[in-house]
Every structure is written in C-alpha cells, then in structure tokens.
Design a protein around this ligand. Structure first.
Ligand SMILES: CCCCCCCCCCCCCC(=O)CC(=O)SCCNC(=O)CCNC(=O)[C@H](O)C(C)(C)COP(=O)(O)OP(=O)(O)OC[C@H]1O[C@@H](n2cnc3c(N)ncnc32)[C@H](O)[C@@H]1OP(=O)(O)O
Ligand SMILES: NC(=O)C1=CN([C@@H]2O[C@H](COP(=O)(O)OP(=O)(O)OC[C@H]3O[C@@H](n4cnc5c(N)ncnc54)[C@H](O)[C@@H]3O)[C@@H](O)[C@H]2O)C=CC1
Length: 309
C-alpha cells in the first residue's frame, strides 16, 4: 500500500563529507519538541541555539526548560542539592536563543528542525538555510510523518541530511529514530547515531518510509480509536481507561492526542488521508477538524478532548 509518494533522490558526493562530531547545535522551533531537545542537548554538554519566530515564545521555552531541569535534578541529584543546582546552571549556560536562524547557523555542526508539521514551511526553511550554513553542517528534521527525502529536496546537501525523530516528552522518552534517506551518507548517519548516543538515548535505524517505525504502527491504532469514538462504541474516558489498564500504556489515546497537540495530530492525519484518499482507514475525522478549528489544541492551549486547568 502506498502511503506517500516518495521522491527518488540521487545522492551526490561532496568534498565536505566527513564524520562530523556534533558540538554546536541549532534547534529551530522552540515548542514542546524543540525545547525538550534543547534541554537534553544542553544538559549533555552541547552548545545549543534555540530559534523561534519571536522573543516571547523563546522566553517561555527557556522558562519551561528550567522547570523541567528542576524535575530531572529532583530525581538525579536527590541527595546532592548543590550538585543539582550546578547541573541546572551549566545546562542553562549552554542555551542561547535567536529569532534569526540565518545568522546563527554559520557556527552550527547540526541544524535540527522542530517547527510546524508542514512540508512547504519546512522546505522553505531548509532551502534558505542551505545557502548560509557551512558545508560540513548536517541538517536534520524531527518530522513525525513527512518524508525526509521531500524536506531535503529543497537543499543541495542531500548527503548531509537525515531524520532525528524524538519522542514526547523528550527528557523522559528514551528513543530516537535515526532516519537515512537513499542519499544520506554513511558519515552523516554515523554522526547522527553518535549524537543520539551522547544525548543518552537509545537509537533505532530507520528507512525513510511513512511514519518510520513508531508512527507507522501508532497511527492506524489512533485512526481506529477515532472511528470507535465517533461511532459511539465507547466514551473517550472509557477508551482511555481501557488502553491504560488493559494494555499497560501510560496514557490513553485521547490523553496522548492532547499531549502531542491536536494541530500536529491533524497535520499528520491530513497527510495520510490525502495520500490514501480511497482507503477508509485514513478517512478524515470531523471531530478532530472541529476541535482544531476552535483552537482547542490540547494541553498546550488548555483544552482539547479534555480540559486542563
Ligand atoms: C482521537 C484520538 C486521537 C489520538 C491521537 C494520538 C496522537 C498520536 C499521533 C502521533 C503524533 C506524533 C507524535 C510523534 O511523532 C511521536 C511521539 O512522541 S508519540 C508520544 C510518545 N509519548 C508517549 O507515549 C508518552 C506516554 N506518557 C508517559 O510516558 C507519561 O504519561 C509521562 C512521562 C508523559 C507523564 O507521566 P506521569 O506519571 O503521568 O506524570 P508525572 O508528571 O508524574 O511524570 C512522570 C515522571 O516523568 C518526569 N517528567 C515528566 N515530564 C518531564 C519533562 N518534560 N522533563 C523532565 N521530566 C519529566 C516527572 O518528573 C516524573 O518523574 P518522577 O521522578 O517519576 O517523579
Ligand atoms: N508533539 C509531539 O508529540 C511530537 C512532534 N513531533 C514533530 O516535531 C515538530 C514540532 O512539533 P511540536 O514541538 O509539538 O510543535 P509546537 O507547535 O509545540 O512548536 C512548533 C514551534 O515552531 C515554531 N515555528 C513555526 N514555524 C517556524 C519557523 N519558520 N521558524 C522558526 N520557528 C517556527 C512555532 O512558533 C512553535 O513555537 C513537528 O514536525 C512534529 O510533527 C515529533 C515528535 C513528537
């Protein structure tokens, strides 16, 4: 079954290709994923520049990072509060912010994008940065569902472009999917694997296939959940309880959707249904469309399927 049309990419060799040791990272998008990745990268000794469209978002992101570092320290340095405080300060010193990606990528070994799940916006971003970043700089996307090949096609560094797919919440979830397109060089792939290891994550190698590993399996489950609810076969509360207590999942599907963000869930589902218009498994959800149109995007806006204080 074809989920997305994948562009076939021709690799090109570049004199810049080598094994890059990633020290300085530019992370574009200071939302829940970008801020989480910045937190983990900074606390593992990387120098991080976090980029977003305005100062208010960046201030909120840094405040969130500080709060989440405190949660980490509470556990990791339970008996050593001074060492814990030092850990927080060191990590925060490793983070700087900017609203001008073009000016900061010049010093980056890795530019990792975690902006809105929209192919055109991601392509525009990388297409512009490709002209400004040094030759050795690796580009990577944290996309949940878009083909890395299609995002990379806006650049001239197909060999130095891969996927790094983190899981939410980044400081807690141990997995990173490392994605190679048919054009990603072995050196780039190895650099991304090494970087994931330095972050303390376990990585799995993925091909650039729809949904990689986790979301390819998660999405059909989610699609069926929506239809079950829309048919009235179970309340959202009962479905959530059933999946938590029946399968041992930490969150039920509706809680998870609110946590991920309903706008992101909708972007993903739109992509899957557009690529599979005749397959009822991927049909659009009226309920999801309505909630997103009303600005009820989940936990981040205070209301989604559930209300948050
Ligand atoms: C109509 C239905 C539609 C459904 C759609 C569903 C959407 C799916 C589409 C996929 C979209 C794309 C997403 C993607 O690409 C990939 C993903 O990321 S999928 C999501 C993966 N994540 C999960 O599945 C999360 C599952 N949940 C959990 O693991 C836990 O519930 C969670 C850790 C989030 C919270 O745990 P809980 O016990 O409930 O709460 P606590 O607050 O006590 O936290 C526990 C523990 O963890 C620490 N902690 C939590 N958050 C952070 C943080 N941000 N930073 C640091 N530390 C954190 C907290 O301090 C606690 O530590 P203790 O020492 O145990 O006190
Ligand atoms: N939410 C989740 O659970 C997961 C999301 N992802 C992926 O990560 C990416 C980001 O998702 P979230 O962090 O949840 O989204 P979010 O909505 O929390 O954050 C996105 C951020 O990007 C910023 N942004 C948008 N366009 C920009 C641009 N051109 N330049 C700079 N900043 C820009 C926005 O202002 C916002 O702060 C998406 O591709 C998503 O599919 C991947 C794994 C899990």
């Amino acid at each position: 079954m074809a989920f997305f049309s994948h562009q076939v990419c021709r690799g090109f060799s570049s004199s810049a290709v080598r094994n890059v040791v990633i020290k300085h990272v530019t992370i574009i998008g200071g939302g829940q994923m970008g801020a989480g990745i910045a937190q983990v990268a900074a606390s593992t000794g990387h120098s991080v520049t976090l980029v977003d469209t305005n100062e208010d978002i960046l201030k909120k992101a840094v405040k969130g990072i500080e709060g989440n570092l405190k949660r980490v320290v509470k556990k990791k340095f339970a008996d050593k509060p001074e060492a814990g405080e030092e850990f927080i300060q060191k990590a925060l010193q490793n983070v700087s912010t900017s609203t001008d990606a073009g000016s900061v990528v010049r010093d980056s070994d890795l530019v990792l994008e975690a902006i809105v799940e929209n192919l055109k916006i991601k392509q525009d971003l990388f297409g512009g940065l490709d002209k400004l970043a040094p030759a050795h700089t690796i580009f990577a996307s944290n996309t949940s569902s878009l083909p890395i090949t299609d995002i990379a096609s806006s650049t001239n560094r197909l060999d130095r472009f891969g996927g790094l797919h983190f899981f939410n919440p980044v400081p807690v979830m141990k997995l990173v999917e490392v994605i190679a397109t048919s054009a990603t060089s072995q050196e780039t792939f190895d650099s991304l694997l090494n970087f994931s290891k330095k972050l303390g994550k376990t990585s799995v190698s993925c091909k650039d296939t729809p949904g990689f590993i986790v979301n390819r399996l998660l999405l059909p489950y989610i699609m069926e959940v929506i239809r079950m609810y829309e048919r009235g076969d179970g309340s959202k509360e009962d479905i959530d309880i059933a999946m938590k207590l029946g399968c041992g999942y930490p969150m039920g599907p509706f809680e998870l959707a609110d946590y991920v963000g309903l706008d992101t869930v909708k972007f993903i589902m739109d992509g899957w249904s557009a690529a599979n218009p005749d397959n009822p498994v991927f049909a659009q959800s009226e309920l999801l469309t309505k909630l997103v149109a009303e600005g009820k995007l989940g936990k981040k806006t205070g209301e989604g399927f559930y209300k948050y204080k």
